[in-house]
Write a protein that binds this ligand. Structure first.
Ligand code: XMP
Length: 520
């Protein structure tokens, strides 16, 4: 989408690990922003983007090195406020006539405290509630001389120029990271910055919904759209939004691969049929998928088989409705942001993720991706705006290959049935204890071992299972959820009593990394 009716802020990325958090903080303030790597931002780009303000992110390089990353000179003549953070401060000072020096004993990593100077600065309005503010630093180099026109408004023990500004030009530069959690009041600096830049906070989900609908209508015209509906939040919100825009021109296909959780297919299909009256094909292909997975135990082979069959089925269903011009996908902004890579090497494939990639080219379809500009929590807010039930929007993520990757070793119908029952009891426990929304994802994995137990007076020889529950913000890193021993004990007892076929329950306390969230 190239919608430009909202006010725009440009974040120039110099490769910091936390650049996305700057965007998060701004979006929370109803300010629309985009992250672009420094090497894609030139004079023409700046002109076309037409930002109302610019932020320079941090980054791992040293401005002292030749060929270190820089923004184009013309950014300083746009006449809009600029905020430089960490490397962003250093690059600004270096380019505008100041001086940056190598660390040598002045590096600062982690928590630090900034104290204010006497002069007032609107950027800091309301910030210094006490004598000093906690901030998070992460710098080796430091500014040794500030550029002409700049003054100092805050210092820390190792950063005499922790907060600097050229008030006449509206340039601000800080050595610390206001976007991270460990700068507890950092959001206030962004709030002040966007207010000073004149943002009206026009980025709301209500406004976005209207714009997105208009953009979808324009893109699709009277073409036909097809959407793979998984029951997950992203594809559901995309489908409902596109349905609002082009009505019956959209057909959704729900592929049931026989690897869904207990009652899941009925719930998803029922919800859509009941609330949305949109054309929906429920393809029950469990025989096909389970047949081809018979005897397969290698995780990557499972994923590849499921991914390929999914595409075959989807393609077949598309043919049955007479083809489609567009494929709808719930791609999110974090998938779109091009990251700046300084390591150069390709990253290792840990798991081949299941999606409908490759289909558009194969079938000559164009993509409709109405969520490309949104973060996950914005997608949820849009879902609420579109009237999707809250219970649906808050659902934990569920992987495309479904229970196949929660059943290490060979997949059998017997194991899948046991797994569905155990998972249902576990999730019921989590809901009953009011923990569902505190957890990113929770599920049961059935283990490929039988163990000996004793129930009543008899010996049992049944499957063991593992409970998994993690906290996370994006699924990239995760920690295990600290259930109480009472909760774990009660859940284990319920699973063993209520689910024939399981006689042992374990709790997986591996974080990611080194583990992954799913077992395969
Ligand atoms: P891992 O197991 O890699 O999972 O730590 C991270 C997140 O991704 C989900 N996941 C998938 N989602 N298709 C998906 O749509 C997949 O093939 C897939 N594999 C893992 C996983 O559930 C977790 O939320």
């Amino acid at each position: 989408m190239t919608e430009k009716s909202h006010e725009r802020l440009l974040i120039i990325d110099f490769g910091s690990q936390v650049t996305q958090l700057i965007a998060r903080r701004l979006r929370e303030l109803n300010v629309y922003c985009e992250i672009h790597p420094f090497n894609t931002v030139d004079d023409a780009f700046l002109k076309a983007f037409s930002p109302k303000a610019v932020i320079f992110s941090g980054g791992p390089c040293s401005v002292i090195d030749a060929d270190s990353p820089r923004p184009p000179e013309s950014v300083y003549t746009l006449g809009v406020p600029i905020l430089g953070i960490c490397y962003g401060q250093q690059v600004m000072m270096q380019m505008l006539g100041g001086q940056v020096e190598r660390g040598h004993g002045t590096a600062e990593f982690g928590r630090a405290y900034v104290t204010p100077s006497d002069a007032d600065l609107e950027l800091l309005a309301g910030w210094f509630q006490t004598e000093r503010e906690q901030v998070w630093m992460s710098h080796g180099d430091h500014v040794a001389k500030i550029a002409p026109g700049f003054e100092v408004f805050g210092t820390s023990p190792n950063a005499p120029y922790a907060i600097t500004a050229d008030r006449a030009r509206n340039f601000y530069a800080v050595q610390f990271h206001p976007e991270v959690h460990h700068t507890p009041n950092g959001a206030m600096l962004y709030e002040n910055f966007v207010r000073m830049a004149g943002f009206s906070g026009d980025w709301t989900m209500g406004a976005y919904r209207e714009q997105a609908i208009a953009a979808i209508r324009e893109q699709v015209g009277d073409g036909k759209v097809i959407c793979a509906l998984s029951g997950g939040v992203d594809s559901s919100v995309a489908a409902v939004l596109i349905h609002e825009a082009v009505g019956e021109q959209l057909t959704c296909v729900y592929v049931d691969h026989g690897l869904m959780r207990k009652n899941e297919s009925e719930e998803v299909v029922g919800m859509f049929r009941e609330h949305y009256n949109l054309p929906l094909i429920h393809a029950d292909e469990s025989e096909l998928f389970l047949g081809q997975l018979d005897g397969v135990s290698d995780p990557e082979t499972k994923r590849k088989i499921i991914g390929k069959l999914f595409i075959d089925v989807f393609e077949q269903k598309a043919k049955e409705i007479g083809g489609a011009d567009f494929l709808a996908q719930g791609t999110l902004y974090p998938d779109v942001i091009e990251s700046v890579s300084f390591s150069g090497g390709p990253s290792v494939t840990i798991k081949s993720h299941h999606n409908v990639g490759g289909l558009p080219e194969k079938m000559g379809m164009k993509l409709v991706e109405p969520l490309r500009e949104l973060f996950k929590d914005e997608v949820r807010a849009l879902g609420v705006e579109l009237g999707l039930p809250k219970s649906f929007i808050g659902r934990h993520p569920f992987p495309g290959p479904g229970l196949a990757i929660r059943c290490p070793g060979e997949i059998t119908r017997e194991k899948l049935d046991i797994l569905r029952e155990a998972d249902a009891v576990y999730i019921d426990q989590i809901r009953k204890h009011g923990l569902y929304d505190d957890i990113w994802q929770a599920f049961v994995a059935i283990l490929p071992v039988r163990t000996v137990g004793v129930m009543g007076d008899g010996r049992t020889y049944d499957f063991a299972c593992a409970l998994r529950a993690v906290t996370s913000v994006d699924g990239m890193t995760a920690d295990y959820y600290p259930f109480s021993h009472e909760f774990l004990g009660e859940t284990a007892t319920r699973i063993i009593n209520e689910v024939p076929g399981i006689n042992r329950v374990t709790y997986d306390i591996t974080s990611k990394p080194p583990g992954t969230i799913e077992w395969e």
